[in-house]
Design a binder for this molecule. Structure first.
Ligand code: FES
Ligand code: FES
Length: 174
């Protein structure tokens, strides 16, 4: 048996020690916002926070989680979807199919907790989660929005700013 602290609550679970944390979260605890994608720590769909660090829960055996460790899943990021990253995701309308997005949001939240004003390069280095729908441009824009950045090369926000910044007479140049 293991006792896990998930989203601030203790859970006693009866599982084999090598059971991946992802399956405990989904099947024993019933929090299904954390998704299974590849199962081999490549895609990030299963991302959760473990003591504030983003981790891929498909590849953490439950025996590696200590009693005092704090696990946060997408359900625990905020009580009412009011985390700045969640609000930015809604504002930018990031998801397409949505499958990867809880992992993306958890990765973005962990990034901003450490680096409140990330550059595009910071975002690209930290956000290695895979999105099969290719929402990467909107993800980057939403991270900038959550950070309160008005710019970010390649982001939707940056492109909108750039359009606004075109000199009024530039369209008259032949
Ligand atoms: S399911 Fe864990 S990284 Fe893909
Ligand atoms: S939104 Fe479909 S996989 Fe990312």
């Amino acid at each position: 048996m293991a006792t896990l602290n998930i989203n601030g609550k203790p859970y006693d679970v009866q599982v084999e020690p090598d059971t991946p944390l992802l399956w405990v979260i989904r099947e024993q605890v019933g929090l299904t916002g954390t998704k299974y994608g590849c199962g081999v720590a490549q895609c990030g769909a299963c991302s959760v926070h473990l003591n504030g660090e983003v981790r891929r829960s498909c590849s953490i055996p439950v025996s590696a989680v200590k009693a005092g460790d704090k696990i946060v899943t997408i359900e625990g990021l905020s009580p009412d979807s009011s985390h700045p990253v969640q609000r930015a995701w809604l504002e930018v309308d990031v998801p397409q199919c949505g499958y990867c997005q809880s992992g993306q949001i958890m990765a973005a939240a962990a990034l901003l907790a450490k680096n409140p004003k990330p550059t595009d390069q910071d975002i690209d280095q930290a956000m290695t989660n895979i999105c099969r729908c290719g929402t990467y441009v909107r993800i980057r824009a939403a991270v900038h929005m959550a950070a309160g950045n008005s710019r970010g090369r390649g982001s939707i926000i940056h492109m909108a700013d750039a359009a606004d910044a075109v000199p009024a007479d530039s369209t008259n140049n032949a």
